[in-house]
Design a protein around this ligand. Structure first.
Ligand SMILES: Nc1ncnc2c1ncn2[C@@H]1O[C@H](COP(=O)(O)OP(=O)(O)OP(=O)(O)O)[C@@H](O)[C@H]1O
Ligand SMILES: [Mg+2]
Length: 249
């Protein structure tokens, strides 16, 4: 097994490491049915960095980003976000962390079915009361515009295509200005041109606002928009230097 931790020198060039995953393992279940979905994974991401995560189905991608975003607790190991130790947090602390610092775009878009696209964005913004109503409406309209959804803003999810739903979910994840953006397969339901546009928007959001982003993707063409590439195979995470990327994906 090879695990690959980013050398501190790498990180210093681009800013302080905001996210650190150290020797994280996740085992589902117990005894002879136990599945180790992530085995001793380590990675480090600086502020302003956008990272891609590649790997075949079942390799552990969703498990890893779910732990990073505080949706799942590791079996062992440490996850740090800034000065907060995510892996030691109580359920209540994790709920606050997710509401205040993490924007999650799930593999399925998980939109609220009876709200329009615009209301799906505004609904999250009202939760932590970070924004005034007017500022939230302005931000929602800006994001819908940047995501090419202005003319779909008043549609409920069932009146949207898969790609449009995915873009609404991205808009929703960005509404609260999270420090950490975690995106599970943003381009699966998008054609290439739109996929590029959406990934560029995510990259820009990370760079310009000094956030940290991790994107799970099967699409090698999207890797060019990211600063570091990690690969997972059977729960083993390695940092890619680009040479092995075309094998097995
Ligand atoms: N809640 C769970 N209970 C038990 N096993 C699980 C659970 N969630 C995932 N697994 C197993 O853990 C492994 C990793 O799953 P994970 O969903 O992280 O993979 P993935 O890389 O995101 O796959 P995909 O590309 O298909 O989304 C798989 O073997 C999966 O069957
Ligand atoms: Mg997955």
């Amino acid at each position: 097994m090879t695990t690959n931790t980013v050398a501190p020198a790498d990180v210093q060039q681009t800013g302080k490491p905001i996210l650190e995953v150290v020797d994280v393992t996740k085992t589902y279940g117990e005894g002879h049915t136990a599945v180790t979905a992530i085995a001793a994974a380590s990675l480090s991401v600086a502020e302003g960095q956008f990272v891609s995560l590649l790997g075949p189905s079942g390799s552990g991608k969703t498990t890893l980003i779910s732990m990073i975003g505080g949706l799942l607790t590791p079996t062992s190991g440490t996850i740090r976000l800034g000065d907060q130790v995510v892996s030691d947090m109580s359920k209540k602390e994790l709920t606050n962390l997710r509401a205040e610092r993490v924007g999650f775009v799930f593999q399925s878009s998980n939109l609220v079915p009876f709200l329009t696209a615009r209301e799906n964005l505004l609904y999250v913004a009202s939760l932590p009361k970070k924004h005034s109503r007017k500022a939230a409406a302005k931000r929602a309209d800006e994001l819908l515009g940047e995501l090419g959804l202005s003319d779909r803003a008043n549609n409920v999810p069932e009146k949207l295509s898969g790609g449009e739903r995915q873009r609404v979910a991205i808009g929703r994840a960005l509404m609260n200005d999270p420090d950490l953006i975690l995106v599970d397969e943003p381009t699966a339901a998008l054609d290439t041109a739109l996929g590029r546009q959406v990934v560029q928007l995510l990259a820009r959001e990370v760079k310009q606002r000094g956030k940290t982003g991790i994107m799970v993707t099967h699409d090698l063409r999207m890797v060019e928009y990211t600063d570091q590439v990690f690969e997972i195979l059977d729960g083993h995470l390695t940092k890619s230097d680009g040479t092995t990327l075309l094998d097995g994906h």
